[in-house]
Ligand binder design. Structure first.
Ligand code: CDP
Ligand code: MG
Length: 808
């Protein structure tokens, strides 16, 4: 008799759970009930665990409600048809022939390392193979795939959703900071490594997942590195629990399980029954020190997937180039004019959004002089670009045009853009660096490594023999480092230490790092957290520390937001923090610098860049409100700016704006209003794209603060002191004092610092400054600078600056 009651429940709860079973491919509509039940084996155990043993079986009434429509398996709801062409494309990928081997290896081993050439199909295919092979059972998201970059998580999940034939957010979804596109039905979830780290905080054993795939492992990002250690330990803990669970299950089965209910509801919707199963770890990468990884993961097997790669001819410049943007511009035009436009598209690697926008402008300018039948179509791709615009790189190039993709190193290994035959490599990227001696973190344009250069080159050999134009000399190439140092050696560790502490790792000095960071940088991180009052005297997380760990922002920003309640300036701090999510809010075109700086004057605050940003956001807000009142006639119309769809439409239709057309449809009104906003930005030399991004971020932070019970409408008006003092409660590490010669000396690290020319504080002498970041070019520059009173610094961090006399 044992076990039978549980089977019964499974059938009755079927309606509720069948969505989950849709995921298991072996099950189809014709499966007999017996087969269905067999597949439910896992479920039987779960149900037993939830209310079987504890005697809290649902009452008869509840059972009836749940089971009222059910019996047997029925496919439910519309499913997007699987596209035949995509299926064919999937099957022609190099990885397809290794499908069974991959499944078998992962089935037989706890941890597997997969090394395969970029574009071979690792990221898009392996999760699907595992799902098809039934690795995803019961509740939970099933398979997590981490990506170091947001853009990769969103664009790849979209592709995989198409291949699976599901809506994005259903069976296949993604989760990045400020944006969750997944549901309880999601089985394959692409997420940034940072988001998986966050999930560990709320689900310490990651019971939501059967499989965790750490992708792009060769990049050795700080967060992926930390995940290696955490996952290894989670895997062990789950194994131990599984053993215990098995023992308990045996005991239970021998007991009488015919206990009466105590009336508790079985909440299938909200409560995820704990499932303790083995955790599979898959490490994937394009190039990898596989031996090192294998050793670290107890001699895990390594699978090599060969890719398809045509030879690529590599050309170097004869002389070093003084301006890589200029050189890139000329090279693209040269390639475009000297080769057959149908032979393939061009991919240009640049360092970041600023570079990309400048080159885009230059190319669009040159485009005017190109013949009608031979134009260039520029498609940028970088992190802060709105999703819809990112997708343009995958669109088919229209006839008579050649696509020129302008990318950051996102296109190096994370995403493969089809149709590329020519690569232009600037030889630079943006890279973080941290000097633990002086406690200075910087984000700089720096030379890439040889291995990056090779990856960039490889992108040209996907469709046929390609050509890679390196905008540097062969001599300079030889001087490049072989690989970039792991990020853990180049970053400030404050945020990571906070996460480790919050996930229960007490002794962060002896954590199982694949490459341990230096002791000074760990200590600096601990000291900073202590000064921020996130840690107490014994190194334990304080209440504030827990709050900061929960908040998905850099601990410094979390602290500042937290303190804003005390300083009664949440509204302003919200603007200030959101504004930091973009490189710049303003723009000053080289050919119009004077007009731009005139236009920027009306936002400028004598207190510096932070208030300048707040002023801008306030004015934009108020223009948006008043502007909307004037333009929109429909009472119930909403602001269009939050919706990317409007913006897209807007750019097509902005031209109609000036023609004095009567507005007829509601849509047109909304479009017009977005157009006005963009016009306003253009007039004021404000970066429209970035300001919109800042508003999206602000909305997210606002929602999170509200959820945590903080009133986000509290404003201090124009009390600049309160805001700057509040800012200092987190930024006390980033202060500098005036010296007699007009330069500043940083408090931490005692470096000579100059104010960057882009700052409103450039050439100003004030007693003390606070800054967002230090940048080293020929000198050490402070960017994002405001003027502060020296005495405020001590108030902000008594633990750090307790016995320094700032007034002297
Ligand atoms: O991860 P890996 O570099 O091994 O390859 P992948 O990202 O899984 O991509 C496999 C194939 O799918 C590549 O040939 C891509 O060109 C193609 N793909 C695509 O056509 N469109 C996308 N949005 C994503 C991938
Ligand atoms: Mg990949």
């Amino acid at each position: 008799e044992n076990g039978v009651p549980a089977w019964q429940d499974v059938v009755q709860d079927y309606e509720t759970i069948q969505n989950h079973w849709n995921m298991t491919p072996e099950l189809n509509e014709d499966s007999s009930e017996v087969e269905v039940l067999k597949k439910c084996e896992d479920f039987a155990i779960i149900l037993e665990k939830t209310y079987g043993n504890s005697g809290s079986r649902p009452s008869e009434n509840e059972t009836n409600t749940m089971g009222k429509h059910s019996k047997g398996y029925k496919s439910q709801g519309p499913r997007n048809p699987i596209n035949e062409a995509l299926l064919h494309q999937r099957q022609s990928l190099p990885i397809y022939s290794a499908r069974n081997e991959i499944i078998r290896k992962i089935r037989d081993n706890r941890t597997v390392i997969v090394v395969g050439e970029t574009g071979s199909g690792k990221t898009t295919q392996i999760p699907q193979y595992l799902m098809e092979a039934g690795f995803v059972r019961g509740f939970g998201s099933g398979i997590a795939v981490t990506q170091p970059r947001r853009v990769a998580a969103t664009s790849i999940s979209q592709r995989v959703a198409e291949e699976v034939g599901t809506r994005l957010g259903d069976k296949v979804g993604y989760s990045i900071r400020f944006e969750n596109c997944s549901s309880k039905y999601t089985k394959i979830k692409y997420l940034t490594d940072g988001m998986l780290l966050r999930e560990v905080l709320s689900d310490p054993l990651l019971l939501n997942y059967n499989v965790v795939i750490l992708d792009e492992a060769h990049e050795r990002t700080l967060r992926t590195d930390i995940l290696f250690g955490l996952l290894k330990s989670i895997q062990k803990q789950r194994e131990e629990m599984e053993d215990e669970n098995n023992k308990r299950k045996e005991n239970r089965l021998s007991q009488n399980n015919d206990k009466k209910t105590d009336g508790k509801t079985l909440d299938l919707e909200n409560k995820q029954p704990p499932r303790i199963t083995e955790l599979k770890i898959v490490i994937m990468s394009a190039t990898l020190d596989s031996e090192k990884f294998s050793n670290y993961f107890d001699n895990a097997p390594v699978l090599y997937i060969s890719g398809r790669q045509y030879p690529v001819k590599t050309l170097y410049t004869k002389e070093p180039q003084s301006d890589y943007l200029d050189s890139a511009h000329i090279s693209v035009l040269q390639i475009h004019l000297e080769t057959n436009p149908t032979s393939g598209d061009i991919l240009v690697f640049l360092s970041g959004q600023e570079d990309i926008e400048s080159l885009e402008k230059l190319l669009n300018e040159s485009n005017k002089n190109l013949p009608k039948h031979n134009k260039i179509l520029t498609t940028p791709i970088y992190a802060a670009l709105p999703q819809r615009e990112q997708n343009r790189v995958f669109d088919k190039t229209p006839p008579n045009m050649r696509k020129v993709v302008l990318a950051t190193n996102i296109a190096e290994t994370s995403i493969t853009i089809p149709g590329i035959r020519y690569v232009v490599d600037s030889g630079v990227h943006k890279s973080r660096d941290y000097d633990s001696r002086i406690g200075v973190e910087s984000l700089l344009v720096q030379p890439i490594s040889k291995s990056s250069a090779r990856q960039r080159m490889g992108r040209a050999g996907r469709i046929g023999n390609g050509v890679c134009y390196r905008l540097y000399t062969e001599y300079d190439f030889q001087k490049l480092d072989e690989n970039e140092a792991p990020e853990i050696n180049r970053r400030q560790l404050t945020s990571v230490i906070l996460t480790l502490k919050a996930s229960g790792i007490e002794d962060i000095l002896n954590f199982d790092y694949i490459d341990a960071p230096s002791i000074p940088s760990l200590k600096n991180g601990l000291i900073e957290l202590y000064s921020l009052e996130a840690l107490d005297d014994s190194g334990k997380l304080t209440k504030l520390g827990e709050w900061m760990a929960e908040f998905p922002l850099d601990p410094v920003f979390s602290k500042v937001l937290y303190e804003s309640v005390k300083y009664k300036c949440t509204r302003e701090i919200l603007d200030l923090v959101s504004a930091q999510s973009v490189e710049t809010l303003f723009y000053s075109p080289a050919d119009n610098r004077q007009t731009a700086s005139e236009a920027h004057k009306k936002f400028q605050s004598i207190d510096g860049d932070h208030w300048t940003a707040i002023n801008l956001l306030k004015m934009f807000d108020s223009y948006r409100e008043n502007g909307t009142k004037i333009i929109v006639f429909d009472q119930d119309s909403e602001y269009p700016t939050e919706n990317p769809e409007y913006n897209e439409k807007r750019s097509e239709e902005t031209k109609a704006e000036g023609s004095g057309q009567r507005l007829s449809s509601r849509k047109e009104k909304e479009v017009m209003s977005a157009g006005k906003l963009e016009y306003w930005c253009r007039q004021n030399f404000v970066n429209y794209k970035n300001i919109n991004y800042v508003f999206r971020v602000r909305k997210q932070i606002e929602t999170m603060l509200t959820r945590m019970g903080i009133d986000v409408t509290v404003s201090c008006g124009d009390d600049t002191d309160s805001v700057l003092m509040c800012l200092l409660s987190g930024f006390f590490y980033k202060c500098a004092m005036l010296q007699p010669d007009g330069t500043y000396r940083s408090l931490v690290g005692t470096q000579t610092v100059h104010i960057h020319p882009s700052s409103t504080m450039f050439r100003k002498r004030v007693a003390a400054i606070v800054y967002n970041q230090l940048v080293f070019t020929n000198k050490l520059y402070a960017k994002g600078v405001s003027s502060i009173q020296p005495s405020w610094i001590q108030t902000a961090a008594p633990k750090l600056y307790g016995n320094i006399n700032f007034s002297s």
